[in-house]
Ligand binder design. Sequence first.
Ligand SMILES: NC(=O)c1ccc[n+]([C@@H]2O[C@H](COP(=O)([O-])OP(=O)(O)OC[C@H]3O[C@@H](n4cnc5c(N)ncnc54)[C@H](O)[C@@H]3O)[C@@H](O)[C@H]2O)c1
Ligand SMILES: [Zn+2]
Ligand SMILES: [Zn+2]
Length: 368
Amino acid sequence: MQMQAAVLEQFGQPLVVTDVDLAEPKAGEALVRLVACGVCHTDLYTASGVDPSGYAPTVLGHEGAGVVEAVGPGVESVDVGDHVVTLFSPQCRRCEHCLSGLSNICLAIREQQNKGCLPDGTTRLSRNGEPIRHFMGTSTFAEYTVMPEIALAKISREAPLDAACLFACGLSTGLGAAMYTACVRAGSTCVVFGAGMVGLGAVAGCRLQNAERIICIDLSAERLKLARAQGATDLWQTGPDIVQRIQSETRGFGADYTFEATGRVEVMRQAVESARMGWGLCTIAGVAGKGETLDVIPRWLIQGRRIAGSSFGGVKGRDQVPELIERCLAGEIDVEPFISHRITLPEVNRAFELMEAQDGIRSVITFG
Ligand SMILES: NC(=O)c1ccc[n+]([C@@H]2O[C@H](COP(=O)([O-])OP(=O)(O)OC[C@H]3O[C@@H](n4cnc5c(N)ncnc54)[C@H](O)[C@@H]3O)[C@@H](O)[C@H]2O)c1
Ligand SMILES: [Zn+2]
Ligand SMILES: [Zn+2]
């Protein structure tokens, strides 16, 4: 079939919205009609050419939600008409990591996904007979996508898909960092660095875990206002003495849990140093630039602080994205404030401009 898609033709150039071909789903795959798709930093990062593992041409996009239109042979977990969220982080339920229960980093299709292919090593996307590679195994800046069933989370049909798409990346990453990576205990003191999609999600996750005090820290007063509505008890603009401030407000100890959601290594260090001596856990969700390293004095760790990295918030996509969306439907997570702009696919480059201007939390593309 032919469909409209936003193609990254050349790094550093605007995406080109054009017709491309999409082949039928093969064994284990499903055809999904996209209804909504968020625009995330990783899309811009790849488009800019800074990402060393990036490739072009490719159809970008990974924060998708839509409806299954067809399934290939052998598909059992989704059916035509099901509502789904796309997972750049799949869950096969069979590999060593999935079976361990200890990690959400599924090993099943990593290699091919990183090369821009579906699990059989080929692409369903093409143009004039030339293959176009899939991005993050999702390629959701398009009217349709073909994806492996292990990378589709089947969700309630009640959930509005323009809200559900946020759970495909940023929001789940933040919520999960608090709920599944850190497993925040009730009554704790938490500090969240960064009040973007990921940080605000972490604030909401700390609230859902019944943290007592949730301090959110950002440069922007505007963004901190949003954190209040997600459950932050304290809103602080950052400054050079931020670690001392956290220590002095916690009787000199530091916070039980800290979260880094800025992608800046100097903030990661602050997040480590402001975790409580004895048991403080610093969870790092931000993605640092290529070649950057985290500078930590080992004594901070000897004193009982720990550091954990969190990919997609430790969320096991097929099991837990539907659960998070149920909590959203139950009124426990308010996503409306995160949808700052609704745009159409041909306006996708505007979403990048808005992001660069830090205008709003998420632009969401709606289709049809
Ligand atoms: N681990 C994962 O699986 C995963 C998934 C999605 C995004 N991410 C990463 O998470 C990070 C955050 O993503 P986002 O979409 O929320 O980004 P964002 O840019 O919307 O938010 C980052 C926030 O950090 C704030 N900030 C910048 N410098 C700061 C400082 N010195 N102190 C405090 N706050 C500061 C900014 O004002 C901004 O509000 C990015 O690095 C992104 O790549 C990781
Ligand atoms: Zn993302
Ligand atoms: Zn797996």
